[in-house]
Design a protein around this ligand. Sequence first.
Ligand code: PDD
Length: 366
Amino acid sequence: MRRHPQATLHQIDRIAAVWLLPLSILVFFLCCRASLRRPRKMPGLFCYLNGEFIPHADAKVSVDDRGFLFADGMYEVTKACKGHLFGEAEHMVRLRRGLTELRIDSALPVVDELPAIARKLLQLNGLADKDATVYVQITRGVAPRYHAFPAADTPPTVYVIAKPLAAYPASFFEDGVTAVTMPDMRWKRCDIKTISLLPNVLAKQKAKEHDAYECLLVREDKFIVEASHSNVFAVIDGQLWTPARDNILPGISRDVIVAKAGELGITVVETAIPIARWADITELFTTSTGPDVAPIVKVDDKVVGDGKVGPVTKQLLAAFAGRWLEEDKATAAARMAAAGVAVKADALAAKAPEGAASGAGAVVTA
Ligand code: PDD
């Protein structure tokens, strides 16, 4: 039977009407998925690279950069709240110390300029009135691959970016999060914030694969010393235990918690957390730039305490939040003076008030 050409046209119209909508939804969905999977280029964001403020998408570093070839460099991450760099002086002290330890010139003028560069990026990226993180990376510069240091006049590569900080959901702090464990495979200079982070990357990946927030790092099968990107605290017998500052990354957030615990009259025991005391651990949390404090309610398959965020953690969470409000250069100076840290005179504008950092609680180094 021969079809009437008009009937065929009607049929095509009907088929188009039935299929066009679902097809276009499918195409839209696939496009969205593809764009989500593509590494984001951070459109519209500016970064600082070797003396210039340029669009992040245009930033290029040589394949001969020693950061790329040897992970020969270090980094810092600082939180900014409405343009204020949280713990600016402490981050600068840690950065300078790291550079000195790696024998990268910490007296370079650009190092002094980093806080100003960070503030300019916050403005350029529309973050001056928002929460953000500032990432700084300094490597030993660009030179043909050869293990020993390049010529002394090789300029370091300096990269800075300011990015929006997404708010953590309330459940993160109210219900807590989970962690897994892994042996600590890092080198013996974990006190330097180097960009050589492969063990940390593997640890965080393990956490991700177990839908956990963090991966606690265990030394000698006996002690929890740190986590992939955070420091660790445990409450044992009502005291706050945290590994001492040596052979861990001395976190700025860690030091805030130690100081705040002191002010609250909580005894701090500075020693690695023994796995053998697991049954006595009633609370556990990690600290890092970003969430500041992350309550951990389960580790591997073991519930911490009663599986809820405990009272000491809640107290310190509140104290840390309060610290945001009270922070200014004067209190930063006082804390650092109390910690016996030498600060470059120009790093701190104001003089510290008497006793601003002194705490009532004891700090015990076991
Ligand atoms: N990580 N320990 C490790 C191994 C870390 O990488 C970090 C920080 C900390 C906590 O340091 P602070 O309180 O100063 O942020 C402890 C940052 C956030 C990072 O790598 O992105």
